[in-house]
Design a protein around this ligand. Structure first.
Ligand SMILES: [Fe+2]
Ligand SMILES: [Fe+2]
Length: 169
């Protein structure tokens, strides 16, 4: 398994846009927190978050291949379960997220994207007050993202406080 420095170098080589690298780092940071809470391997989960969009420059117009093209790039560098989770993170592929790692990646990716769209304060208020209606009304196009975030937070309520304490929420 590659280390963090090597993984970041690999990501930066493939994904040149700073914004996408920053997104990957934010997802990776959240994955470490989730790994701690769900008794998983933080290094493995960090890499899953960091590398999940590594093929995006090539697949942005063919999202049904997003995560699948990554398999070839990551083979031998990360454990198979990391590749499986990455392959299942985007609904366009039709591959369901079945493992805890894959589900955590879906949650982390959608949370970070949603936070970037609606803003930290609005999302935090919705989560802490368990009041999602105004978010749904204001951001109708984000319905699926909101629903996913809501679903995983209700499955893992313990993460809410930890995310808040870590300043992620
Ligand atoms: Fe993605
Ligand atoms: Fe992503």
């Amino acid at each position: 398994m590659v280390g963090r420095t090597e993984a970041l170098a690999l990501l930066e080589k493939e994904v040149k846009e700073e914004k996408r690298v920053a997104h990957a780092q934010a997802v990776a940071a959240l994955m470490v927190l989730l790994a701690d809470l769900l008794n998983a391997d933080p290094e493995e989960w960090y890499l899953t978050g960091l590398l999940h969009d590594i093929d995006l420059p090539e697949t942005i117009n063919h999202l049904e291949q997003h995560g699948i093209v990554a398999r070839e790039k990551l083979r031998g560098l990360v454990p198979p379960e990391v590749i499986e989770a990455i392959m299942a993170h985007d609904p366009h592929t039709g591959i369901p997220a079945t493992t805890t790692l894959a589900k955590a990646l879906v949650f982390a990716d959608n949370f970070i994207n949603l936070q970037a769209s609606v803003g930290q304060d609005l999302l935090k208020a919705a989560i802490l007050n368990n009041e999602w209606r105004s978010l749904h009304e204001r951001w109708p196009k984000k319905r699926e993202q909101i629903a996913l975030v809501q679903k995983y937070l209700s499955e893992w309520p313990v993460v809410i406080r930890e995310m808040e304490q870590a300043g992620i929420l």
